[in-house]
Write a protein that binds this ligand. Sequence first.
Ligand SMILES: Nc1ncnc2c1ncn2[C@@H]1O[C@H](COP(=O)(O)OP(=O)(O)O)[C@@H](O)[C@H]1O
Ligand SMILES: N[C@@H](CCC(=O)OP(=O)(O)O)C(=O)O
Length: 375
Amino acid sequence: MTSDNQKRVVIKIGSSSLTSLSGDISRRKIERITDQVAELKDEGHEVVLVSSGAVAAGYRTLGFVNRPDSLPEKQAAAAVGQGRLIETYSELFSSHGYAASQILITRSDFSDETRYNNVRNTINVLLERGIVPIVNENDTVTTDRLRFGDNDTLSAKVAGLVASDQLIILSDIDGLYDADPRKTPSASLLKEVSEITPEIEEMAGEPGSAVGTGGMRSKIDAFKISMASGIPSFLGKSGVKNILVDAVNQEAKGTYFNVAQPEQNLDHYRQWIAFNSGPEGEILIEEEAKEAIVNDKGSLLPSQIYQINGNFKKGSVVRILDLNKNKLGLGVVNYSSFDLESFQLEKNAVSDNGEAAMHSDSFVCELEVAIPIGV
Ligand SMILES: Nc1ncnc2c1ncn2[C@@H]1O[C@H](COP(=O)(O)OP(=O)(O)O)[C@@H](O)[C@H]1O
Ligand SMILES: N[C@@H](CCC(=O)OP(=O)(O)O)C(=O)O
């Protein structure tokens, strides 16, 4: 898309915004969302929903009184609940003449660049055809180690993937407060944030409801990703009349996360490196090399490497660290860890003889993405 008046919007709905107080899926709450999404679509906007709620919609059927804690129990609950959730969305969207579709994603789908691009192509076709993509993590097949874990960061990654014009996260609270309002009732709402500073990060606490998972912390992580990707974002309270339509028009009550320096936005490739690739190794660099690599964006040479950790192939994404293990950034290597280790052996042998290092002109990698950005 899009014209000035018509936006591509990714909207994330948390479990607490889809379930009743007793924990059951609430058709009325979902209807409020589908009514507004239909209104946005009628106005020509493109909408991708990232919807939680699979575990919340399923656990009671399995006989649990509260949301289960163990991964297999949550996965079993999601297996029941995800179908129920999509069935409800489909019925409600079809009453407005729109079709819903289901996209279930795992972290490994996003760490593989080809599959990542495939998801984008699929969503683009669905949007072109007027269908509402409804994304959730594929809970039933994930393992603890390989999960997004929360749909907040997933929604920000999806927003970057589809080059969204706006990310809207709806929760059970009307924005970001300067302290956790449950602990500090006098906390005040921040209406605008243009940079996620360490002070902002400290404001965030744990989830507020029995069904939410990420809390404000994962929302802040999500906004770090969306802002670095150049996507203006909004956090507001679901259930408030017209919240989605008003948020798209910048008129809703909540917190607006603005993009301060659009020229520094990460392009698609660097977004993938920064937030999705999952680095496969580490390279510690010599102190003298830091300035040239970080500030002057120079290429890393074998002689500037102090240590290599992990097994990686040519073309892998690796973390570049200084000698104190501070993260400097991420790079895509031109050599495997095996090759680099053999360069290291040659370098040490050669320097014992006082001769010049071999492979002195072989470029190992450049710093593609500087830290700190979400890695
Ligand atoms: N600084 C803060 N500002 C606003 N809410 C906060 C803050 N710190 C913690 N929270 C809590 O985060 C909750 C929202 O996260 P969560 O329960 O995971 O919701 P969801 O299910 O919508 O993802 C709020 O209800 C609030 O209690
Ligand atoms: N994928 C899980 C949701 C995980 C999640 O982030 O939940 P929430 O904090 O309510 O947005 C589910 O559908 O139950």
